[in-house]
Design a protein around this ligand. Structure first.
Ligand code: MG
Length: 327
C-alpha cells in the first residue's frame, strides 16, 4: 500500500468519525429535560423545541406501533419526539390492558434505542372516571422507564368541558403524585378543559409542582385567532404550553388541509418555541392521516404514498430539523 492510499484511508476514516460524532441522537444532544418558566429546556439550560409525530389511537392502528415506525420517523422525517397514544375507551386499555400496554412499550423501547423523546399519552376524554386505571398505568410506566430521559408523561389527552380547578387539577395531582414516587424529574404534561384548549384556565390556577407543562391542541381549519390569543396569554403569563397534538385540517381530523392557517400556527409556535406533534401516523381515509389508505410502515419513506397533509407536514419537519446538537 503506498503512502497516498494510506493517507486517503486515514482521511476517509476521519471524515466518517466526524459525521458519526455530529449525528448524535436528540437525547444524546439534550439529555434530561426540564421546565423553567414557560419553556422546555435541555440539560444545558437551553430552550428546546421538540417537533414530531403522534401515532393514531393504539387500538385502531396497531400496525404502526412498531420499532420500524420510530426508526423511520427519526431518520427520514427528522423527528426528535414521537407520541404513543394509548387508547383508553372504545375497546382500548380498559378492556384489553395487556394488549394495549405492549404496543406502548414497543414504541417506548424503540424511542430509547433510537435516542428520541417519547410522549406516553393517556388518550382519553373521560380520565377523571378512570382514575384508578390511569394510576395503575403510570405507576407501571414510571417504575419501568422513569430513569430514562426519553420519557414525557401526558396524563390526560383531551378533557371535555369540565372544571379545571374542581375536576382536572385534582385528577392531575393524583397522577403526578403517583409518577413522582418513581420518577422525580421527567416532564409531565397536563390536559386542559375543552379538548385541551383552555390553557388560560390553568394559568389562573396552576399546579404547584416542578417540571409540569400544560396541553394545548388545535386543528388549523377549525381553530383560529381566538385560540391563538389564548396561547399567547398563557405563554406571556409564564405558563409552559406543550402542543402534544395538532392537525392541519378540521377538528374531526378530516375536511381540507388548510396550509395557510397551519403556517400561521407554526409561526406562533416557533416564535414561542412551543413543542408540537402532528396528528397523525395513520392510513385512515381522512385528511389528517399522513399516509394513503392501505399503506404500510415502509410507505412512510415514499412520497407517492403520502397524503396532502403527509407531504406538507414532512416538509416542515425536514426544514426545521436539527443537524447538530448546537443548532
Ligand atoms: Mg426521571
Amino acid at each position: 500500500m503506498n503512502s497516498y492510499r494510506i493517507f486517503s484511508i486515514g482521511l476517509l476514516f476521519f471524515v466518517f468519525s466526524a459525521i458519526m460524532y455530529a449525528q448524535k441522537t436528540p437525547v444524546e444532544c439534550h439529555g434530561q429535560l426540564k421546565i423553567e418558566g414557560a419553556h422546555l429546556k435541555n440539560e444545558h439550560d437551553e430552550v428546546l423545541q421538540l417537533r414530531g409525530m403522534s401515532l393514531f389511537w393504539s387500538q385502531w392502528k396497531p400496525k404502526f406501533y412498531s420499532a420500524k415506525t420510530v426508526e423511520i420517523l427519526k431518520n427520514e422525517w427528522k423527528c426528535n419526539v414521537v407520541r404513543a397514544a394509548l387508547a383508553v375507551d372504545y375497546d382500548g386499555y380498559l378492556t384489553h390492558p395487556e394488549r394495549e400496554l405492549k404496543k406502548i412499550e414497543k414504541v417506548i423501547d424503540a424511542a430509547i434505542e433510537e435516542g428520541l423523546y417519547v410522549i406516553v399519552d393517556w388518550h382519553d376524554h373521560h380520565a377523571e372516571d378512570h382514575l384508578e386505571e390511569s394510576k395503575r398505568f403510570f405507576e407501571y410506566i414510571s417504575k419501568k422507564y422513569g430513569e430514562y430521559p426519553n420519557i414525557i408523561y401526558e396524563i390526560y389527552n383531551e378533557p371535555l368541558e369540565v372544571s379545571w380547578s374542581e375536576v382536572l387539577k385534582p385528577y392531575h395531582t393524583e397522577i403526578i403524585n403517583t409518577i413522582r414516587k418513581n420518577d422525580p424529574d421527567n416532564v409531565i404534561v397536563c390536559g386542559t378543559p375543552t379538548w385541551s384548549q383552555r390553557v388560560d384556565e390553568a394559568l389562573r390556577d396552576p399546579i404547584q409542582v416542578e417540571n409540569i407543562a400544560y396541553t394545548f391542541h388545535f386543528y388549523a381549519d377549525s381553530h383560529r385567532q381566538e385560540l391563538r390569543d389564548i396561547v399567547i396569554e398563557a405563554m406571556e403569563g409564564g405558563l409552559p404550553v406543550f402542543v402534544t397534538e395538532y392537525g392541519s385540517a378540521d377538528a374531526s381530523g378530516d375536511g381540507i388541509v388548510n396550509e395557510a392557517q397551519t403556517k400561521v400556527w407554526w409561526k406562533l409556535l416557533d416564535k414561542y418555541q412551543i413543542s408540537y406533534c402532528n396528528w397523525s401516523i395513520s392510513d385512515k381515509d381522512e385528511a389528517c392521516s399522513v399516509l394513503k389508505p392501505k399503506s404500510s410502515i415502509e410507505d412512510l419513506t415514499k412520497n407517492s404514498k403520502l397524503t396532502h397533509s403527509g407531504k406538507f407536514i414532512k416538509e416542515k419537519l425536514l426544514s426545521a430539523a436539527q443537524i447538530n446538537c448546537d443548532e
